[in-house]
Design a binder for this molecule. Structure first.
Ligand code: F6R
Length: 305
């Protein structure tokens, strides 16, 4: 599959029915993953608030992990050092350990893994890795999944506006700064990582309302202010939208406000994710860099091995 086909495959991935079979009680969920796999835990943690959910993208597990913890390791390759070491720690603490992976060592050390299709970039497998969490803990209506499929398909067929935007970023050598807000702060971070890995550019992120307590100052008076390009996600929360407007008004900075064509959480989530898939893919093409190339990340992993 070429990279464009991997991007287009997202709409198929959201139809996944994979789920965990859970027949024990637990008090909290800890999700461990890095990079393109780690974002899965961040997205889920922000959405699912019925019980404590902690997403870790680092070495080391929280001190509270015990036999009442459901510990889920997410690693596309199944060979990510930080995640594997956290699995060992969670086992020692007696946690119920599960995994989502395409194989690797993880599949061999965690008995009850959900095995997803291999052969694509981890960051292109977001749907495969995220759906088991929704399906197990917060199932999405089939009608919503179909609607989301349609929205993603429309973008696959025509995203010329996003392509023009990528060209604008390229022409001005802009550094994108992405401002999310709940429950899509994690998506702002996903945008940042897609700029990094696909387009090989720096990008930064923050979120409303927090940025009104810090970023708001340089928005008005930073040096090299013209080098940045600001994105904000339209919110369901009227106060957040007001904050976007007032921040623009008092700083004189314009944000590109990204609005989903639909209202429900799930389709908004994937609309925003897919938007950045295309923005960063098109930026890679116009910059003449290979969007699939992650050789420097791989070189680093090899040197650490
Ligand atoms: C994304 C990517 C990286 C990996 C990360 C962890 O496409 O290549 O961000 O996701 O290095 O590796 P995995 O996902 O295999 O655990």
């Amino acid at each position: 599959m070429n990279f464009l086909d991997e991007i287009k495959n997202l709409k198929e991935q959201i139809k996944s029915k994979d789920k965990f079979d859970i027949n024990f009680n637990f008090d909290n969920i800890v999700i461990s993953g890095m990079g393109g796999s780690g974002i899965v835990g961040n997205i889920f943690q922000e959405y699912y608030t019925s019980i404590p959910v902690i997403s870790i993208g680092d070495y080391g597990i929280p001190g509270f992990v015990n036999e009442k913890t459901l510990f889920i390791a997410v690693s596309y390759s199944g060979n990510t050092e930080e995640t594997l070491s956290n699995v060992e720690d969670a086992k020692k603490k007696g946690a119920h350990v599960r995994a989502i992976t395409s194989g690797g060592k993880l599949a061999t050390i965690v008995e009850k893994s959900i095995i997803i299709p291999s052969g694509i970039q981890p960051r292109s497998a977001l749907g495969y890795m995220l759906m088991p969490l929704f399906n197990t803990f917060a199932p999405i209506d089939d009608a919503i999944v179909s609607q989301t499929y349609g929205i993603l398909d429309d973008m696959d067929k025509n995203h010329s506006d996003i392509k023009s935007e990528a060209f604008k970023i390229y022409e001005n050598s802009s550094i994108p700064i992405i401002y999310g807000s709940k429950p899509f702060k994690s998506v702002a971070y996903r945008w940042k990582t897609q700029f990094n890995e696909n387009a090989k550019t720096f990008a930064f992120y923050s979120y409303f309302p927090e940025l009104n307590h810090n970023d708001t100052m340089p928005l008005k008076s930073a040096y090299r202010r013209d080098e940045y390009l600001f994105y904000a996600f339209e919110s369901d929360n009227a106060r957040i939208n007001q904050r976007i407007g007032i921040t623009e008004e008092i700083t004189g900075e314009q944000f590109t406000v990204v609005k989903s064509p639909s209202q429900d959480y799930f389709s908004k989530l994937f609309y925003l994710i897919h938007y950045a898939d295309y923005l960063t893919y098109e930026l890679a093409l116009v910059r003449n860099v290979d969007p699939t190339d992650v050789s420097t990340i791989e070189e680093l992993k090899k040197k650490l091995a």
